[in-house]
Design a protein around this ligand. Sequence first.
Ligand SMILES: [Zn+2]
Length: 308
Amino acid sequence: MARRAYVPSGKSDPGALPRLAVAAALAAVLGGLVLGFVSQWLSLLLIYPAALGAVIGGVGVSRVKSRHVRQPLAVALIGLGAGLLGETSLHLVKYARFRSELATMLNNNPGAAAYVEANGLDAAVDAALTEESATPPILGYLELAARNGVTITKAGHSSSSSKPTLTGVGVYALWVINFLIVCGIAVGMLVSEARKPFCEGCVGWYDATHPLAFGAGDSPTVKQAVLRLEGSQYAEAARNLGASDGKSATRLTLLGCAKCNAHEPLIELTRITGLKGNKPHEKKVFVSLISPSEAAQLRAATRPAPAS
Ligand SMILES: [Zn+2]
């Protein structure tokens, strides 16, 4: 009903996007090279794309934060491009390694000696990869890699003794899944950072959390509180939260800019469950922008009574 979502302004500091793109691309290439290098000893199936995505996302997020990037779509595209770059550099490292292994094999193969003598080792490797068809050698390598398959073992280590788990189409599907994992993690991290609330007047992220009330976390109380908040009865919602039973709780806060009173803060109702266990779970059940005057009234109404 009366929920007003925060919408990013689509602005950023001058030159922020190109810098972000360069940083993400460097992280992607470097991450891809390192993982491609490590992959000769360890096959980090599904772990490596997650790591690569986290590296790209982590480097990107720090730039989004410091350069005040409020452009979710642009950062999503940058994350996608960096993911593609990272995966490509990883495959290129594997390709280079395979070529050098193949070159050693051809050098030791008397049957290939005449061809190597006449055309050079590099051309012999190309010829071995393309099998006399017109496709580029790298595609020949990818085909060969897919045909040879990928072995998935429980420990995540490759084992030469067992048969490959995936071959052909399965390997291509795995590459697509890896790419999606890299991009999913990188894009997710970047977009969620670029969507964080920002004070356009002070040019700074919302960084001040003002507690309004702490209360019961049972369903009827939460439902009632959400209804009041949707009806813009913020002070009533704060007053009627009740008391936590120690198992669940609710927290009502204002998130805003510490430097000014002209911005619209976010009122947030968070439900916390599993307080007795060792893994409490928090979920925001209501989030809305409120006007500066509403926020000022609310702060005054919920101020704790001065000790007498
Ligand atoms: Zn401000």
